[in-house]
Design a binder for this molecule. Structure first.
Ligand code: ZN
Length: 478
């Protein structure tokens, strides 16, 4: 039974979708004004893993993640670069898609853009005003927090703390410092849309509420994002949906991932303590980056440092090596029957235990470190016993299980693997190596050691290592 930690109740709750087998999930996406940083990448990878595990568990998942393509930061940067806001958005949406592909993020069901849903935001704002929770001042529209009792329900920030103005933007137009903007009046040179309050554009918080409602209805099952979005972004989303649609909360389970630190310090652009996802992906194996991002529990802080990435690279290589060893053994077994062995039972049992352990850990609020510990226990058994497995079916099952489960964690062993990928040319290469090995075996049988060694050495020079085992030679690409 899956349990998830709900920020709203501050406790782990049994996971039950609102509508049968269908999970409706929304994750706050990037503001496309700059390259995503490695902290953003963590959030993307965390929620992609959660989505993959829900699918693995048999749920049908509708996964929505937006692009914020108009806001102050976008307008500033577009002006600085002398390009339009849509041009800037196009550039960074394309960058996001490249990074998403390199991090093995499954494509979202839909990636709505804020500017495509201005009508939904206007409609929501109208409803909030109609229900007495919003007011207009000179073309700006604000949410009236004093009229909404539950404000603070998610962040647990007390009304006193909020009223002091320490956590909220002070603005002379607001009736109360806690009030937040739903619609902003047009300023010269800014993109704007027609509305009942004159030309303007929506406030950021209005986006996710309106797009979530548009694609998933209210309430829906899961809303995800980084911890920094709990307040004010998600607190305001709850207020807006309560104000417009009359629900206590627009979302059943609120999930938030922890911060990413750099060498134990808070990531900060101004202090140079900052990496873009692009820089990290350019310097490390993409599968290792993905592994690193999900190696800690998603709610805990995760520390980025070069050693952690180097370690992740070695770990992913260890997984690949086990897969290569299993494949090598399969080739031997396919050549002829070998007597059944004790190792068949040991590995078969380990496969079942691995799957059970993986599910037990992931069912506990997506405990990826626990799931990875199960993976390494399994790999240890595989490494000890592969050489003695006698049934090809066991190898195939071990390979399929490994690939499937690391796949749920978003690690694709075939991508950028040092091993062979499935293509016509690699099939040809595989066949050629097998042929050379057969010739070498014939040479050995006739005690032509010179030819046998030459084949081994020349293959070695080409980066192909031959290991002689009691059941015949195996090979792998270094
Ligand atoms: Zn959002």
């Amino acid at each position: 039974m899956l349990k998830v930690y709900n920020t709203l109740s501050r406790s782990k709750e049994k996971f039950e979708p609102l509508e049968g087998n269908h999970v409706r999930m929304y994750v706050c996406g990037p503001t496309v004004y700059d390259y995503p940083h490695i902290g953003n990448a963590r959030s993307f990878a965390v929620f992609d893993t959660i989505r993959r595990y829900l699918e693995y568990s048999g749920y049908r998942v509708t996964y929505i993640t937006n692009f914020t393509d108009v806001d102050d930061k976008m307008i500033d940067r577009a002006n600085r670069e002398g390009i339009s806001v849509p041009e800037l958005a196009a550039k960074f949406i394309s960058e996001y898609r490249t990074i998403a592909n390199e991090l093995n993020l499954k494509p979202a069901t839909i990636n709505p853009r804020a500017t495509e849903h201005i009508d939904d935001m206007i409609e929501m704002t109208e409803l909030i005003i109609k229900n007495g929770l919003g007011y207009e001042v000179g073309g700006d529209v604000y949410f009236d927090v004093s009229e909404y009792e539950d404000y603070g329900i998610l962040s647990k920030i007390s009304p006193d703390e909020l009223s002091s103005g320490a956590r909220v933007e002070v603005d002379s137009k607001k009736q109360d410092p806690r009030d937040f903007v739903l619609w902003k009046a047009e300023k010269p040179g800014e993109p704007s849309w027609e509305s009942p309050w004159g030309k303007g554009r929506p406030g950021w918080h209005a986006e996710c509420s309106a797009m979530g409602k548009h694609f998933l209805g209210v309430p829906f099952d899961i809303h995800g994002g980084g911890q920094d979005l709990i307040f004010p972004h998600h607190e305001n989303e709850i207020a807006q949906s309560a104000g417009a649609y009359g629900v206590d909360t627009p979302v059943k389970y609120w999930l938030h991932n922890g911060f990413l630190t750099i060498d134990k310090d808070k990531m900060s652009k101004s202090e140079g303590n900052f990496f873009t996802a692009r820089e990290v992906l350019d310097n490390f194996d993409h599968q290792a980056v993905r592994y690193f991002l999900i190696s800690g529990h998603y709610r805990q802080p995760l520390d980025y440092n070069t050693d952690a990435l180097k370690q992740a690279t070695q770990t992913v290589d260890r997984i690949r090596n086990s897969v290569d060893t299993l494949r090598g053994r399969l080739v031997i077994l396919e050549r002829g029957q070998i007597e059944s062995s004790e190792s068949d039972i040991v590995v078969d049992t380990a496969i079942e235990k691995f799957r059970e352990g993986f599910e037990r850990e992931m069912d506990d609020d997506f405990n990826t470190p626990g799931a990875l510990a199960e993976l390494f226990t399994f790999i240890k058994v595989v490494n000890t016993h592969t050489e003695n497995i006698s049934r090809p079916a066991i190898i195939r099952k071990a390979l399929a299980t490994l690939t499937e489960i690391v796949g749920v964690l978003g690690i694709e062993l075939e991508k950028e693997s040092a091993g062979l990928e499935k293509s016509e040319s690699t099939e040809t290469l595989k066949g050629t190596i097998e042929l050379l090995l057969e010739i070498r075996e014939k040479a050995r049988e006739s005690k032509d050691w010179e030819t046998a060694d030459m084949i081994r050495d020349r293959l070695d020079e080409l980066g192909i290592t031959i290991t002689d085992t009691k059941d015949g030679p195996t090979w792998k690409i270094k």
